[in-house]
Design a protein around this ligand. Sequence first.
Ligand code: V4E
Length: 290
Amino acid sequence: MPWGSIEVEAKFTAGPDTEARLAALGAALAGSSSFRDLYYDTPDLRLTRADHWLRLRQGAGWELKCPPLPPGGAALAPQPPAGGTGGVPEAAAQEPPAVATTYQELTSPRAIVGRLCGVLGVAPAPAWDQVPGAVAGLGLQEFASFGTRRRSYRLGGLRVDLDQADFGYAVAEVEALVAAQEEVPAALEEVLQLRRALGQDGATRVPGKMSVYLQRHRPRHYQALLRAGVLAGDPEPPPQGDDAAGPETLEKRGPSPVMELAGGPESEMGHPRAGGGLGMDGPPLQHSAP
Ligand code: V4E
């Protein structure tokens, strides 16, 4: 798959009986992992305002999640913001915001750098054959860093991830990976069917980790993405569990000072680092057998 896989996913809120329901449906625990994600953008947020999410998943490498290119369309021209589609195909992109999203997940350095350059409207430099060179050359800066503990289940071609982020937010997702855009509608149907079987009613939108992270810790970045139509303005989810207060460093310090760019959108760079609260500072990515 030269452009990486297409990920169709729907978030849901897991309950105390979710794992029992998964087992009853025949799902198998595929493993547990802990990882840290570091996300990058330009100081004026041009990547995320265009719905492009560049991250370094420690232990796994660089990944770019972005709206799929239209069939046959390999043009890498600068793109307008997603306009609230969340990467969902146009037919499904009407109001209200969809509960499922469709994103391309690029992992090859060439594809990632090519797409970044397309969005930012610059020509790739020869030294940017690896992602870190492009990150430096394009002036990208880290804007979010958080750890996740994940339990993953498999059921047929679907995967269910139960995530606990170290800033005090738990979220789950049903996910299908497909190779081509034509396979998206069927995958979408399967994903939503399993989400319903796990007890999440069809209409409820559940925000992802990043949405909640930005809302809590990068509010101006969050507002910029609401204005760009990239995020849908989810209500702040209620506190969850023992670590609802989040890691000490983040909660005590609150959002870091914001640097205003003259005449441009606000920057959210220079944030404090999340983490530590769940002891995720050990080896970056550990997989354990079920
Ligand atoms: C695509 C995206 C973001 C990047 C993070 O994606 P997400 O799937 O939430 O993270 P994670 O850790 O579960 O990744 P995985 O391991 O599954 O690859 S941040 C915001 N978006 C867009 C987006 C959206 N607009 N609406 C919803 C409900 N989710 C994501």
